[in-house]
Design a protein around this ligand. Structure first.
Ligand code: NAG
Ligand code: NAG
Length: 236
């Protein structure tokens, strides 16, 4: 019993007598101010790119999204606006469990560009076309948790596991030239506007695995250089 109480004390007051609420304030600040600013301005020292807006002049595509969509080809003048417009419903790090809980909403994001793609949907249905496109997910939500562990003796941070739930209530899209465009293209756009949100619901577990595999190796190189103290010390 004494040992248990001691462990709790160590975790709650580690490091430097910061309480749980100080840490949650620091983490909220890290996302609300620091990450938003990083998205807008990037950081040449750490190689963090400007993401708001994201601008990619040409992007060679060879995507296979969970055996659901296979696409090959190219995007040009690809641009994403609104990534920095996220609302924070929840960000918390429990010092007892080192579980980081998050819940973000992006009210308005806009993807634009020119595409020339060929592929398959569900392994069967052909998808092809070229032309300009606009995709506008509305109120896209990402919530879940990341499990953090301490590395080595300086208590650097490492994400070992993630669960990411994605939800998309509505999508506006206008992809010109899809399946040759014309009336068929208009129908495809209309169907896809309803289909994509429902596919995201149906494949939420597959998407969670996909997001974890994508995010963990990209987040860890930054986290591995940080300790809990570093995060707290950047608080206002
Ligand atoms: C961090 O966690 C990931 C996922 O479990 C693991 O693959 C990686 O080796 C860990 N990093 C270090 C430095 O231990
Ligand atoms: C982590 O720290 C090392 C040593 O200071 C540095 O070389 C490396 O660039 C840093 N990595 C990131 C992603 O900040």
């Amino acid at each position: 019993m004494k040992i248990f109480a001691f462990i709790i004390l160590v975790f709650v007051f580690l490091p430097g007598n910061k309480s749980q609420s100080n840490i949650n304030d620091a983490i909220h600040h890290a996302f609300d101010v620091i990450l938003r600013d990083l998205m807008r301005n990037g950081n040449p020292e750490t190689g963090f790119p400007v993401l708001a807006p994201t601008i990619i002049p040409t992007l060679d595509v060879s995507w296979s999204i969970g055996h659901l969509v296979d696409l090959d080809g190219q995007l040009r003048n690809f641009r994403i606006d609104g990534l920095d417009g996220f609302r924070i419903n929840d960000v918390r790090l429990s010092l007892l469990t080192m579980r980081f809980v998050f819940d973000f909403i992006w009210p308005n994001v806009r993807f634009t560009g020119w595409y020339n793609l060929n592929g398959r949907f569900g392994g069967l249905v052909p998808i092809f076309g070229q032309g300009n496109f606009v995709l506008e997910p509305r109120n896209f939500r990402a919530s879940g948790f990341a499990q953090i562990r301490f590395l080595g003796s300086n208590n650097n941070l490492n994400v070992t596991d993630m669960d990411v739930r994605l939800n998309l209530p509505s999508l506006q899209m206008n992809v010109q030239g899809i399946l040759g465009g014309g009336d068929l293209g208009a129908v495809i756009n209309k169907v896809a506007q309803d289909l994509v949100p429902s596919l995201i619901r149906t494949f939420e577990n597959e998407l969670s695995d996909l997001m974890s595999n994508l995010l963990i190796p990209r987040i860890n190189p930054f986290l591995n250089n940080l300790t809990l103290d570093d995060i707290i010390n950047r608080a206002p």
